[in-house]
Design a protein around this ligand. Sequence first.
Ligand code: PMP
Length: 463
Amino acid sequence: MTIPDLTARGAGVAPGLPVSDPGLPVSAPGLPTSAAEPPTTAAPGAGSLPQLQPPGFSPESARQDIPILHRTVNGHPLVWLDNGATTQKPRQVIEALGAFYGTANSNIHRGAHTMAREATQMYEAGRAAVAGFLGAGSPDDIVFVRGTTEAINLVAQSWGRANLGPGDDILVAVLEHHSDIVPWQLIAKETRARVVPIPLTPEGAIDQDAYADLLSSRTQLVAVSHASNVLGTVPPVKEMTALAHRYGAKVLVDGAQAVAHFPVDVTDLDADFYAFSGHKLFAPTGIGALYAKPEILESMGPWQGGGNMIESVDFTRTTFAPVPHLLEAGTGHISGVVGLLAALNWFTSFDRNSVAAYETSLMTYAQQALSTVPGLDVLGSAPERIAVLTFTLAGHDPAGIADWLDRDGIAIRAGHHCAQPALAHYGLESAARASLALYNTSEEVDQLVASLRRLQEAPETAG
Ligand code: PMP
């Protein structure tokens, strides 16, 4: 059987499938139809900044694939600096979704016909691609979920319920996203375990001495992000995992902000669980993955019941399917997996180390450029970090900053970023955040900085 390849980079659709009219919004009323180049004027005061050295990767090679980056917002070319919230999608992903629904739609694992078999093969090809992307040993180590939040809830409800008890500790870093705090609080309450925060240093790194002191034979689980969505911090997850394992604790790594920024290898990390969301990796919303070590996955019981996860159902005795299907009750997000596969094919067609080096140089450029804005403070200065720049601007509340930038077509996020303990560490309830991706450019950083400088010069017009 031949699986229609809906996802090849450059092709975007299977041979023989229609390539026209993939349903892109670029021709919708109010949206531009041509690629508008952003202005190249440097921000005032940014003239003395070092030029970005292109280390073997050009953001244009990614930009040309992403239709939405060529629209305008409020009369200005879009500057998308809200990648921490979600990433924009290459046409290869958009077209793969159209091609799937246009030519290949079927439920999986249950139809005795050609298209059901084809859809099943595509779905399982997606699983294999995720396993390869994460460095997992086998596709069977991958569970499809809605996203990072669902992955962590799954671990808490399945593994946590069976393995946590009174007196047990769950160590959770203070920089975690709420989705890596609240599921632990919920299961801790039920099992009478404790959630223990691992403090941060003033720079926003995880305090490694405090972490070592907190670990004990009571520690059952350590929950840590591979990259913080608010401070950009990249903790030493491999070393933290090795230390946790000495106490027999398992380690869950929240990779939501990591996977789009640097290569990840769960085998090298020796992580017990690793979670990510497709939509932060150029794929559709509603699809993500959980990796778990095979021996741990094998030991896990169901957390939701329904179709797909059983072998046979009887009112006296129900038997279950093996993992990973055991943990995937109901019809999965089949088109989401097709889109995720397309996104992985697209993203991995770039040299990942060059992408990471480019983003690091862009971040350094952005840090220096932002430091020229009077009254601007960037939160967090951990030595290892991704290009997430959360900041405050004297005299302006974060919502007002975001509103001002939006008028210039610049999208950032303002608020608590679902990481209230991390902000509280700096005595804040909210902040503004610019988060960069491989398709952002130094010209876009210049536009951000220029707009912020204008805001400082005209404070009375800010919201
Ligand atoms: N963890 C981190 C570090 C995140 O940044 C996010 C999303 N902002 C999540 C978890 C939750 O991801 P999702 O909403 O896609 O489940």
